[in-house]
Design a protein. Structure first.
Length: 447
């Protein structure tokens, strides 16, 4: 649900101006690269006063100096000591240059995206997984002659999101699944490292006669459409999913009574809320989701990541203790309509945390008339067996819930024998065939 990348990303998630990328050669924009490297040096050295003149006015109107200080102070605490820049990539459009510095922190590579406006002022910066040298090809078992992929857009009212409709070629009145992303800014394939999770699921299901609609997440290209003071979980992942579902119901060849939602991680957590908003939805599939609050899973993730290090730093231990304290205060506010929210957690603003506490996902799911499929990987350290058992408890009286547990799968539903680690997400893999086939079989059972 939140890798280290996603936890850190929430510090700066709303101020990033990521535009349609067009690659250009490094030697053509050396001045921008120099600015980006200078900024990274100040950031690593916690030289906030040196960074402030480098930002655009628009950026500084949205992000206070205190938050920039928090980011700088927490960078190496969360990622490990900075070592070097190994690669530099560039993207540009008519208004912005983005310099991507592939950096080694600790024992892992990360991509620091630094976006410069036309005046060479920093309009946003963004930490993500290091861009891979290549991407994992689709699974070999997928029958590419069984479907066509149609580029389209989802009209969300204020913006249109690029989307892809994967349509079975030999089916009429076929079921369709709408895919809803996990935390962070994702493309329509939900690319994580070299792996394209949603592409695998879409093409795999379409090979089995199930149509799939996937789309770019709003904050991948339009983070400026969020209001930092009032942002909620629903704003991030729910509202656009509703638009996508209604779009899917109108697609040619689709059985409008057989439209399903498949949410991964955060998408799986919010799936019951979306289903409650769209009662005509046939069912929901939660992959690596949880009925717990997002903030409740973070301490366990931090503990696990600390356990992977031979010697955890004092700063990491302090961060864990502080996180536990904030989580305890947030839990105390549950069920209290008069509770006032003023605290942020790892960059998630008070409005976001309040939205979580105002909605009991497990209770909402228990009251749904739609069919529910809960899918969980036993090697998942981000969403654990605690969350799987929480689903079982919440849905014990629901009359149409199916549970699927795969002990060998991780958070991305990749099979393995070793404990899952963040570095494993950088290995080329595909979503397991067994999981996709089981989802397809479950959908057919609902017809």
């Amino acid at each position: 649900m939140k890798t280290i990348e996603n936890i850190y990303r929430y510090h700066i998630w709303l101020v990033l101006l990521l535009m349609l990328p067009v690659s250009i050669r490094a030697q053509e924009i050396i001045p921008q690269e120099g600015i980006a490297r200078k900024f990274l040096g100040h950031l690593v050295n916690k030289e906030v006063s040196e960074m402030m003149p480098m930002f655009s006015e628009d950026f500084l109107q949205q992000v206070p100096e205190g938050q920039i200080t928090e980011i700088a102070q927490g960078l190496e605490t969360q990622l490990g000591p900075f070592k070097h820049v190994s690669r530099v990539l560039h993207e540009t459009d008519d208004n912005f240059h983005t310099v991507i510095l592939v950096c080694r922190f600790g024992e892992m590579d990360w991509g620091m995206r630094i976006t410069l406006d036309g005046d060479d002022k920093i309009a946003g910066f963004f930490l993500t997984m290091a861009p891979p040298e290549s991407f994992t090809p689709p699974p070999a078992w997928i029958d590419s002659t069984a479907f066509v992929e149609i580029a389209m857009e989802i009209d969300c009212g204020d913006i249109k999101l690029p989307a892809m409709f994967t349509k079975p070629v030999a089916a009429e009145n076929f079921p369709v699944v709408v895919l809803v992303h996990g935390s962070g800014a994702h493309d329509m394939d939900q690319t994580i490292g070299p792996n394209k999770i949603f592409r695998d699921i879409a093409q795999g299901l379409a090979s089995k006669g199930v149509g799939v609609l996937r789309y770019e997440k709003r904050n991948f290209r339009h983070p400026h459409t969020f209001d930092m003071e009032t942002i909620t979980v629903w704003d991030e992942a729910g509202r656009d999913a509703v638009h996508a579902i209604h779009t899917a119901m109108q697609m040619p060849g689709v059985d409008p009574g057989q439209v399903f939602l498949l949410g991964h991680s955060l998408g799986g957590m919010i799936a019951p809320r979306i289903a409650a908003e769209v009662p005509e939805l046939a069912g929901i599939i939660s992959l690596a989701g949880t009925p717990r609050k997002l903030y409740e899973v973070i301490p366990g993730q931090l503990e696990y990541l600390m356990s992977l290090s031979e010697e955890a730093s004092d700063a990491a231990a302090e961060q864990l203790a502080e996180t536990r304290e904030i989580v305890a205060r947030l839990r105390d506010k549950m069920g209290r309509p008069d509770a006032v929210y003023t605290t942020s957690l790892l960059g998630m603003p008070p409005s976001y945390l309040e939205d979580m506490n105002r909605h009991d996902t497990g209770k909402i799911a228990a009251g749904l008339p739609q069919a529910i499929l809960i899918v969980h990987g036993g090697r998942d350290y981000q969403v654990t067996m605690v969350d799987y058992n929480a689903w079982k408890n919440a849905l014990q009286n629901h009359n149409n819930t199916t549970f699927k547990l795969y002990p060998e799968m991780d958070h991305l539903f990749v099979a393995g024998d070793e404990p899952s680690t963040p570095s494993s997400y950088f290995e080329e893999n595909n979503v397991a065939k067994r999981v996709i086939e089981d989802v397809a079989d479950w959908i057919r059972m609902q017809q």
